[in-house]
Design a binder for this molecule. Structure first.
Ligand SMILES: [Zn+2]
Length: 180
């Protein structure tokens, strides 16, 4: 199941009787305690995170810069903790790298207030850029979430993934999490 992604911090809980092909509304994270239930978000440059609680609760998160500013990862981890998870593990999918992600100063300064100055990086041609991967990693460390797996390749320049900024493709990667 998935959702209509709107760069928000809406975390949507999956109902127990949910059909597998359901679209559950407007939001950017899905959380579920159901067994045999696959959760998905779709991305082509934005950050994407899968979260697995030791109580069997799972969540997937779509987070571009607006999601980082809205702190949707923090909110989702918090909701996972409220379901009774003690240990939380994460898998981090590919996003656009800072060398390819020129970013406006005003928004960058707001994100630096939340994630520190290492959120600021430089593009290959020396312009200000945002390091989405750093912001995600720092969030995991601050919230004590273990990183099990992280893809470091840039979606735009590695040639391995769909990238909206590379060629305006309508195609997306999916971050899918399944628990049985
Ligand atoms: Zn790149």
């Amino acid at each position: 199941m998935t959702l209509n992604q709107i760069h928000s911090n809406n975390v949507i809980g999956v109902p127990l009787d949910c059909h597998t092909d359901a679209v559950l509304g407007d939001g950017d994270a899905l959380i579920s305690q159901n067994k045999n239930c696959a959760l998905a978000v779709f991305v082509a440059d934005c950050g994407n995170v899968g979260l697995i609680g030791d109580n069997g609760t799972i969540a997937v998160v779509h987070c571009g810069w607006r999601g980082l500013e809205n702190q949707i990862i923090q909110k989702t981890v918090n909701e996972l903790t409220m379901t009774g998870a003690n240990e939380i593990y994460s898998v981090i999918g590919p996003n656009i790298g800072p060398e390819c992600y020129e970013f406006g100063e005003e928004e960058l300064n707001r994100l630096i207030l939340l994630y520190g100055h290492k959120a600021r990086s430089k593009t290959a041609d020396n312009k200000a850029s945002l390091d989405i991967g750093y912001c995600i990693e720092r969030t995991m460390q601050e919230l004590n979430v273990s990183m099990v797996f992280k893809v470091d390749d840039c979606t735009k320049c590695s040639g391995k993934f769909y990238s909206y900024r590379h060629d305006a493709t309508p195609k997306r990667q999916a971050m899918v999490l399944y628990f049985n």
